[in-house]
Design a binder for this molecule. Sequence first.
Ligand code: NAG
Ligand code: NAG
Ligand code: NAG
Ligand code: NAG
Ligand code: NAG
Ligand code: NAG
Ligand code: NAG
Ligand code: NAG
Ligand code: NAG
Ligand code: NAG
Ligand code: NAG
Ligand code: NAG
Length: 836
Amino acid sequence: MMHFVLVLFLALGLAKAEDGSHAWLRYAPVPNPNGYRSLPSTIVALNSSKSSPVYTAGQELQKGIKGIFGKSLSINDTGKGPSSVVVGTAEAYKKNYGEFDEADALDEDGFFLSIEERRVRIIGQNQRAALYGAFEYLSRLAQANFSLVSYVSNPHAPIRWVNEWDNLDGSIERGYAGPSIFFRDGYVMENVTRAAEYARLLASIRVNGIVINNVNANAALLNERNIAGLGRLADAFRPYGVQLGISLNFASPQDFGGLPTFDPLDPTVDVWWANVTNKIYSRVSDFAGFLVKANSEGQPGPLTYNRTLADGANMFARALKPHGGIVMFRAFVYDHHLTPSNWKNDRANAAVEFFKDLDGKFDDNVVVQIKYGPIDFQVREPPSPLFSALRKTNTAIELQVTQEYLGHQDHLVYLAPMWKEILEFDLRVDNRPSKVKDIISSARFNRPLGGSAAVVNVGTNTTWLGSHLAMSNLYAYGILAWNPAAQAEDIIRDWIRLTFGFNRQVLDTVTEMSMKSWPAYENYSGNLGVQTLTDILYTHYGPNPASQDNNGWGQWTRADSVSIGMDRTVKNGTGNAGQYPPEIAMMFENIETTPDNLLLWFHHVPYTQRLKSGKTVIQHFYDAHYEGAATAQTFVTMWESLKGKIDEQRYDEVLFEQVYQAGHALVWRDSINQFYYNMSGIPDQAKRVGNHPYRIEAERMSLNGYEAYAVNPFHTASGYTAIVTTSNGTVGTATANITYASGTYDLAINYYDLIGGKSKYEVLINNRTVGAWTGDLEDRLGHAPSIYLDGHSAARITFKGVKVNKGDTLKIVGFPNGIEPAPIDYVSLLPPGTID
Ligand SMILES: *[C@@H]1O[C@H](CO)[C@@H](O)[C@H](O)[C@H]1NC(C)=O
Ligand SMILES: *[C@@H]1O[C@H](CO)[C@@H](O)[C@H](O)[C@H]1NC(C)=O
Ligand SMILES: *[C@@H]1O[C@H](CO)[C@@H](O)[C@H](O)[C@H]1NC(C)=O
Ligand SMILES: *[C@@H]1O[C@H](CO)[C@@H](O)[C@H](O)[C@H]1NC(C)=O
Ligand SMILES: *[C@@H]1O[C@H](CO)[C@@H](O)[C@H](O)[C@H]1NC(C)=O
Ligand SMILES: *[C@@H]1O[C@H](CO)[C@@H](O)[C@H](O)[C@H]1NC(C)=O
Ligand SMILES: *[C@@H]1O[C@H](CO)[C@@H](O)[C@H](O)[C@H]1NC(C)=O
Ligand SMILES: *[C@@H]1O[C@H](CO)[C@@H](O)[C@H](O)[C@H]1NC(C)=O
Ligand SMILES: *[C@@H]1O[C@H](CO)[C@@H](O)[C@H](O)[C@H]1NC(C)=O
Ligand SMILES: *[C@@H]1O[C@H](CO)[C@@H](O)[C@H](O)[C@H]1NC(C)=O
Ligand SMILES: *[C@@H]1O[C@H](CO)[C@@H](O)[C@H](O)[C@H]1NC(C)=O
Ligand SMILES: *[C@@H]1O[C@H](CO)[C@@H](O)[C@H](O)[C@H]1NC(C)=O
């Protein structure tokens, strides 16, 4: 009977809509609760203060066990009941129970978890550590892992932060999931419920700090009302053991404080910062510290006064020191007015050039926060050479959960495999093992502080990141920050069980999709280390390789009609390879020893250069773009195979995104291939590029109320041309005779979906409507929208199984709306199974 009820409950649970708000903390019922014989009968949480993470742990255990087993346990703060789960700090445990042998094995934030038949002990080195242990225990239960275990888990490094890029007006820089959960209209929000829920999610993955505002910081965060708001947020985070930090604007003493200067060596400036810092601590006693972006991309900084970056960082360090706070000082300092005509110029050199000579000059509570690669969150970069150059300075790695250059959370890109490549990269400092993961902890250079920070763009969207599947990246970030030795595939499997349940096919399918997703995205965006070939001057979303070159930003590809790639060699290029320790420098200096996937990062080569695979560079581009885009199509069919095995709401929402991604992957494929074919004049050996036998170009159709439109960039339209209505009040029709053999086809239509209008479309065969849609992706997808016909707005819709006869009339009717002129690129009549 019990079993029957449970099965029924599970079946209902599956049908029930899930909106993603519980992320991986769903505490869904496990299928075999009887597998766990020794479920404790009571919870003992050794602290009853509501702001205590140990108290939170008790509440969380109660909630989790109720969800997973349907069993209500009472919570006691002293009891020694016969069968209990005890959670508390080592100190409290000893006070209540006497001995605790493992105490010495616990590092700061570390916990001990012991699951025995009759009792469970979760003991933290400190309060938040006890909460981490409780989440670990619940994660095991929620995954139906009922094995009896006993182990200590310590963090790899003390700093495990997230950086939010939220602005005070409520917008989020690179935000794709709705407005801020922290700010609105210039102030910290009154309602901090959702901020607390976010802290809970973060605590469950052992993140211990949140910097809540954009690194391009607004000094108004320091006004009275906002400092009171910081107090409110910190109070909301505290029960989860998460500390609050903020980003500062370097010029605040002048712009906000009214001083005549913000020179870091001016004593009045020092006093001003100390005063502000004291004020923050008087409201937020456990304030974590400051994050500073200085002298970067137009931001003010110490260089304004000819002071060093260390002078700038140490100024904040002095203000924080008495309170135990730390400064995260970003190494993302570079000149964005570089002259491209100088072959030796290289933005990738900037971080080492700025920071190398300052090694040892930073105070001990400064941590230099280094982006994983030398440029900017590209689809593939080598690790930043700065990791090897700073030996006497605390460092942290900066990762990005936000998919700024990686599909804006509308493309599935599971990032753990990419992060792992960086973390496991051995920089061979002094010819000794020097993995990046050991440099950012104390392991290699024996420095007290260090760790990781990830940029995360959670918003008000119920899914947090605007996409259910993107949440695996936030989860994986926390797991790897705690333990970089964890395997990307193990992490995703845990995440899937927690997020979608136990169906074996769901587990295997979502694992396969996730593990293929970064290679697929790299294949159809930018290969061989050439960077993500996106529009760097606008949204950082769709394809636009030309935008990389001939400007001061330094994200160059140096592509011309015969060759491509940045020459970063010492012998003839920018010398960047020489910034790495000798063994690595030698590897990157030589084409023969440079891995193919970084070839164009370090070398300028003809398109006909042979790779280790035997292919030429250009043919690899073509093949990879076809293969990557083809992989993206398979994500749709893989996901469709899970229908009925995942609740309907999340099934539908993910399906919508995968279908969109599949279409946009084709936009990427054709655009990049067209661009390099046009530039190099070298045809695709497989004769695919520029050859689309199933397409009817819209501009070749017979138009009424529509006119041809030359799209810019040209390669983001098939045949370089689309059609738009002649005015925004004119209904357009485009007609063509079908010359293909009679049969059943998938009818795909590529169009452009701009922000600023919701055009409607109808497609008819012999006046019979076979499809209709509205250009409203700006409401349904999170990526940065475009007001142009370009690679960001280009999209595809497909109507499957449409019967047509040779000689039939195909007609598309477009109803423009707002600034969106019902734009259409082409129609593809695809025999089933064909992709083009
Ligand atoms: C209980 O938690 C509160 C709040 O964190 C803390 O101040 C107090 O010291 C804790 N008590 C014990 C016995 O650990
Ligand atoms: C806590 O445990 C003690 C001893 O086992 C018991 O006397 C007491 O009633 C319990 N309190 C609650 C609130 O369950
Ligand atoms: C449970 O987790 C442990 C790791 O703590 C693992 O070794 C074991 O294989 C897992 N068991 C199951 C059934 O998943
Ligand atoms: C605060 O926000 C939460 C959701 O984030 C909502 O459920 C709650 O009603 C809000 N509280 C108030 C007082 O508006
Ligand atoms: C410090 O801040 C207080 C207000 O909190 C202000 O009255 C005082 O003038 C400030 N002192 C300096 C030196 O800026
Ligand atoms: C900084 O130094 C340069 C030359 O090294 C000088 O031209 C400039 O005036 C100095 N700026 C300030 C603010 O001292
Ligand atoms: C060396 O650099 C020059 C530019 O200074 C470039 O034109 C040339 O192609 C490079 N030679 C080689 C062999 O890479
Ligand atoms: C990426 O492209 C390479 C080269 O064409 C191919 O070997 C690989 O299978 C592709 N991977 C995916 C996931 O598309
Ligand atoms: C379709 O074919 C008919 C006759 O074969 C011709 O009159 C008409 O112009 C064609 N329409 C289009 C849109 O090409
Ligand atoms: C479609 O309808 C129009 C009038 O609305 C008519 O002139 C035309 O012949 C019809 N075409 C077909 C193929 O039925
Ligand atoms: C959440 O984001 C998705 C994708 O951008 C969108 O379809 C949905 O409408 C959003 N929902 C909310 C409540 O913001
Ligand atoms: C045409 O566009 C303008 C703004 O460019 C807008 O004010 C007007 O409402 C639009 N007309 C229609 C019919 O959408």
